[in-house]
Design a protein around this ligand. Structure first.
Ligand code: ATP
Ligand code: LTN
Length: 331
């Protein structure tokens, strides 16, 4: 809450080619909030370097992620779109909040455990304190609502604990945020191992459909998607593959699970997988076209970044100066 205005903040890492999991679990929902909320969406490049990045790729993906935000319906006139490292207050508040976060709390974070296992040669301190930087992102803008995929719930719970702890020591300083997790699309699973999250860093290209995949590739990946025994299109825990495809189909078509089950009653998995591919490719086509147009206009994207950083910086500095005063730093 800034003044009497409710705020929203979320972020996506520029660390890979975004998947339909990122799209359905996060970005697509960003434009669906009522106008009374002031929305902040950042490209979290500081978070991305917790894993080794190729500099030229990081730079390109930062532009791409911003372009995808806009192509997915976020109007820069109505949303503050910015790059995290352009607002130094994130790193500053991150450090301060490190001192109000316990080692034990961070040790319990499942993303840290997963990523440590995946990057065993580079378990750096930033990977460990990652969730504190995320808390800083959120608390700087006094966010009331944080749209995230289900995998980020634990980080949000930690953010709430840090905010509560700080407020208890120093008096009301931070808004304690609520997660917003969309009912469907909260967790899109891998097309090859449907019990695992679809992850943009999955080494198996067939497991992941990317927002920018060409139409024929989207169709091919869905045709190869792993399904379950039986031949019935039915949403059920013992059919993780089919249920995941139904979730994707439902998100892109707006149809309910019951409608989808009726539509494919008596038809095989083959027809169903073709339909999921088509509805996905159709839904992504306008996003891809707009993305291509934006990527040809770097100057425009840089203007958006600049204006976003100015606006975000204004609010971030306000919170940071409040925090500094409460802690006892000399201004
Ligand atoms: P990685 O898979 O490499 O760990 P990621 O895609 O999970 O990366 P982010 O780029 O930080 O990580 O994710 C951005 C947003 O997309 C987050 O809100 C996250 O919860 C959401 N998200 C990511 N994958 C999925 C998925 N499979 N289903 C739903 N939401 C997802
Ligand atoms: N940790 C998130 C990305 C992220 C984020 C945020 C999400 C960084 N800062 C602030 C919401 C709010 C991830 O890995 N998906």
């Amino acid at each position: 809450m800034i003044g009497d205005q409710k705020t929203i903040l979320s972020g996506v890492q520029p660390s890979g080619n975004l998947t339909i999991g990122n799209y359905l679990g996060a970005i697509k929902n960003f434009s669906a909030f009522p106008a009374e909320y002031k929305p902040f969406y950042c490209v979290v490049d500081l978070h991305a370097i917790t894993v080794r990045q190729v500099p030229a790729e990081l730079r390109r993906r930062t532009y791409e992620t911003l372009a995808l935000y806009i192509a997915s319906g976020l109007d820069p006139e109505k949303n503050v779109l910015f790059v995290q490292s352009h607002v130094p207050a994130h790193a500053e508040l991150g450090w301060i909040l490190d001192c109000y976060t316990m080692f034990g709390e961070l040790s319990r974070m499942t993303q840290f455990k997963d990523k440590s296992a995946k990057h065993a040669d580079n378990i750096n301190a930033g990977l460990f304190t990652y969730p504190v930087l995320m808390a800083a992102d959120i608390l700087l803008y006094q966010a009331d609502l944080v749209p995230i995929g289900a995998d980020q719930k634990q980080h949000l719970e930690l953010t709430r604990n840090i905010a509560d702890r700080f407020n208890q020591v120093y008096g009301e300083t931070f808004t304690v945020p609520e997660p917003y997790i969309a009912a469907t699309g909260m967790k899109i699973m891998s097309l090859q191992e449907p019990t695992l999250k679809m992850s943009k860093s999955d080494p198996n290209p067939n497991a992941v459909v990317r927002i920018l995949d060409p139409r024929d590739e989207i169709l091919r990946k869905f045709k190869r998607a792993v399904t379950d025994s039986g031949a019935e299109v039915r949403f059920s825990p013992d059919k993780p593959g089919v249920s995941n495809l139904m979730t994707i189909y439902s998100c892109f078509s707006g149809k309910t699970f019951a409608e989808i089950e009726a539509e494919f009653a008596g038809k095989g998995y083959g027809d169903f997988k073709t339909a999921v591919g088509e509805v996905t490719a159709d839904a992504l086509a306008p996003v891809q076209a707009e993305f291509a147009r934006l990527m040809n206009d770097k100057a425009y994207l840089e203007n958006v970044m600049k204006s976003g950083a100015e606006q975000a910086g204004y609010y971030a500095r306000k919170t940071l100066s409040k925090v500094r005063r409460k802690i006892g730093f000399v201004n």
